[in-house]
Structure formats: structure tokens, C-alpha cells
Design a protein around this ligand. Sequence first.
Ligand SMILES: Cc1cc2nc3c(=O)[nH]c(=O)nc-3n(C[C@H](O)[C@H](O)[C@H](O)COP(=O)(O)OP(=O)(O)OC[C@H]3O[C@@H](n4cnc5c(N)ncnc54)[C@H](O)[C@@H]3O)c2cc1C
Ligand code: SF4
Length: 485
Amino acid sequence: MMKNGFMRFDRLDNADIAPLERINNYKGLHTPLDEDKRREQAARCMNCGVPFCQAGVMLNGMYAGCPLGNLCPEWNELISKGMWNEAADRLLLTSSFPEFTGRVCPALCEKACTNGLDGNAVTVRDNELAVIERAFETGYIKACVPKERTGKQVAVIGSGPSGLACAQMLNRYGHEVTVYEREDLPGGLLMYGIPNMKLEKAIVLRRIRLMEEEGITFRCGSEVGEGISADEIMSGYDAVVLACGSSVPRDIKAEGREADGIYFAVDFLKSATKAVLRSGLAYGDHISAKYKNVVIIGGGDTGNDCVATAIRQGCRSVTQLEMMPKPPAQRTADNPWPEWPKVLKTDYGQEESIAVFGSDPRVYQKTVKRFITDENNRLKAVETVALSFDNGKPEQIKDSEETIPAELVLIAAGFVGAEEKLTSAFGAERTKRGTVMTEAGHYHVSGSLFTAGDMHRGQSLVVWAVKEGRDCAKEVNEYLSGCME
Ligand SMILES: Cc1cc2nc3c(=O)[nH]c(=O)nc-3n(C[C@H](O)[C@H](O)[C@H](O)COP(=O)(O)OP(=O)(O)OC[C@H]3O[C@@H](n4cnc5c(N)ncnc54)[C@H](O)[C@@H]3O)c2cc1C
Ligand code: SF4
């Protein structure tokens, strides 16, 4: 066994494919390490007495560590010993889809890793991905079909990570699960939000096929509340789980908003993925950034996905407007380890913009004042204005207006909650944040109705959606077994 790896080996991430090479396609962004190197990386885990990476705690209003409670030190040790199947067993004990989180999770575990206190954290996420991909490759992952069925029927509405995790667990408890999805393919934002280069859609479909083999039924192209009514669903199943996401996008109120050429980021990303799946190339019948000056409103992760997609489609220029001030390069004194670090990160799309256009697309403390159109109401530019935060609130700075050419604007300003028509069809009470109301820390709405994921928690992360789906399934199972308090 490799001892004290943290003193012997430096952190080594999966290698990035060079930005100028990877923008030529929509394939994955990294290449994995070989087995020896991976085992060295796993051996960097210190097996701390109380590992924050696994424990998961709220610190200063933010979560530190893995929300799923993944047993990272245990499987790191098993990887370092070359015990791959045992590592997969420990990983799958707490995680439903490590092949998703191993690709898209912002790795809350790593930010809380003890090695990260004065050096570089263990590559927990890459290690997780290596375990699950090896388990798939070697045929160790097999359909887990329940030996007995309870005779209870459950409908899960929405097939994002929360709906999928919930369906997986409910099926394992022996209930018959049907997942309703309004899109043509299942996966929620895993399929039609996160771009293919970050999460290849074949990976999502591999899991769906496995879940079908395990006995779960998927009904795609079925919008509950449209073709099938809420009443039909409620009367046709012993329990119903709403897992429809937080899909209402926050809009921008500015003159000219009705111009042709302004879209919500998720509509753009969905259309781009559909085009990729149809033809392998994003040219053709979709919202296209080709030859256009693109302005993205929102400096966050969704905005970054739009940058990368627009570059692959052949945009002329790309600018990402961020209202907030530029974060510091290093942790500040009031944001110590193991809190989530509020520091500047340059994500893959921004790296690609730097490689293609020679500059980071982000401009800080700027917002849109007005959209400028031609005589046919087609967008041709945006007028921006600078913001100051002297009293904590954004204030427009006088005479700071600038005009940027733009034939395509993508609004990536977050989401304001679940769709009202669906929650009211099910008679579900809403919180002020537009999410479905339950007792704190629970998933039960009323009667046989439950909820999980972004629809319950608000816009969040895949790892949280999986956690909510799994925990919700436990509550549904207690309800179906007559054990719910
Ligand atoms: C562009 C983008 C990129 C992101 N990237 C990351 C990332 O890299 N890492 C990360 O951790 N998180 C990321 N997130 C956040 C993450 O994707 C979400 O937190 C997560 O997908 C929420 O899962 P969910 O199951 O609750 O809902 P969703 O994934 O939103 O799934 C809800 C599903 O319900 C379906 N649905 C809605 N209404 C109905 C109805 N009436 N009938 C039937 N079906 C219905 C929808 O079609 C959808 O498929 C990203 C989000 C966005 C928008
Ligand atoms: S799911 Fe995310 S936070 Fe949890 S171990 Fe994996 S990468 Fe870390």
C-alpha cells in the first residue's frame, strides 16, 4: 500500500484537452489518468479523523463537504490498493449516479479537504469518476432488479437528477415506478441544460437504459397538466413525486426586451444539444450564434456554458455581463478553509474565450440598460451601464453607458422557482421563493404527494438534486409501508 501519498505525490488533475482543440467538437473536455497515477492520487488522501469532505456541514451559511455524505476517504484508500470493485461498492452506497457528479459536481468535498488547507486538495471528483467508469467498463455495474415487488405504484413527474434518484431508490424498495417527462428524452438539465462537452449525453442514456432494465418505466413526451391531468395522476398512483425543477427563468426588464434575438440561456442550450444529438454538429435548425456578436447576461456557470457553446457554434465575439464585483483571487480572511471559497474561477468556456479571442469574456459591475434594434425589431446592440455598490445595493453610475454590438443576447440570470400552473394543478402550496412548500427537512407535501430537487430546494446543484431524490424516496417508502409519522 502507498503510505503518506500527500507527502510524496503532487495533485494531478485529469488532463484538459487544449482549448483550441476541444472547441472543434462537443466531446468531453478531459482525458483520464492511467491506473498507476490514479492510485497515487487516491493515496494522497490523509484519512483524517473527522474528514470534512465526507461529513458535510453548514459553515457561515454555506455547505462544506459532500451533501451525499460520500465516503471519500474509504474509497480513496480502496483505489490506492487497487481494490476497484470494493471502491465502487462503497461509492454506490451513498451515491446514485457518480458518473454525473464525477463530471459536473463543483466538488464541495475538495473545497473542504484537509489537504487543501495549505496545499492542493485530493482529486476526489476525478477519483470518483475513475471508480464508476471502471465499474461500467469491466461490467461490474449490472441492473439491480428487485427480487420482490410490493404492488404499490408510484409516479415520478420529471426525470432530472432528483426524479431519477428518487425513481431508482423507490424501484429498489420494490415499488413499481413510472417516470413522466415532457421532453423527448429523459435526464432534465443533465440532458437539456448542461452542454454535451461537460456531460456527454450517451452517459445519461447509459444510466437510463440501466434503470429501464431494473424495471422503471419512462414516459417521455408526456407533460403532466397538459396531456395527462394532475387528477388522473393522483388517482392512478399510490404516491406521486413532483420533481419538475425550478424552471422559470429570471427575466431582464429593459427597454427593447421584445426584440428578435433575445433568448433565455436554457432555451439556447437545449436547442444546441438537440442539434448536436441530431446531426453531430450544431448547424441547422436551432438558435445559432454563428457569425454573431453574443452578449450573455449573467456571469455564472450557466453563462459560462453559453460562452463555450457560442464559441463552438462560431460566434464573432462573446461578452459575459456580471452585475457583481470581481471576486478576489485568493480566500479573504473572513472566508477561511473549509468554507466554500468565494474566489475567482476561470471555467472552461472562459478559458476557451481567452484562447480564441484573447480575453476573458466577463465584464464586472455592468448590466443592460437598453436593447437596441433595427427597423425590423432585430437586435443589433445592447447599451450597458456600470454599477457601484457603495451602500451594498447596485446603483447605476451616471454617464457610464457603453454600446456593444449584439445580434444574440442570452439571459442567464438564474431561476425564480417552479411553474405555477403545475403546482396549482396539484394544489401544492408555494414558498416565497416559488418552490413547493414542505415541512423543513422533509419532502411530504400533502396526502400522497411528495416533492424533491430544485422544485423543492430552489435552483441548486446535481449533487443536491440526487440527495433530495434519495431522501424523498425514503419518505415515500415510509408512507407506502404505513410507517410515516
Ligand atoms: C445550464 C445549466 C447548467 C448547469 N450545470 C450544472 C453543473 O455543471 N453542475 C451542477 O451540479 N449543477 C448544474 N446545474 C444545476 C442542475 O442541473 C440542477 O440543480 C439539477 O438538474 C436539478 O435537478 P432536478 O431533478 O430537480 O430538476 P431538472 O433537472 O430541472 O429536471 C426537471 C425535469 O422535469 C421535467 N418537467 C417539468 N415539468 C413537467 C411536467 N409538467 N410534466 C413532465 N415533466 C416535467 C422537465 O422537462 C425536466 O426534465 C446547471 C443548471 C443549468 C440550468
Ligand atoms: S458528489 Fe460532489 S461533493 Fe460529493 S464526493 Fe463527489 S465530487 Fe465531491
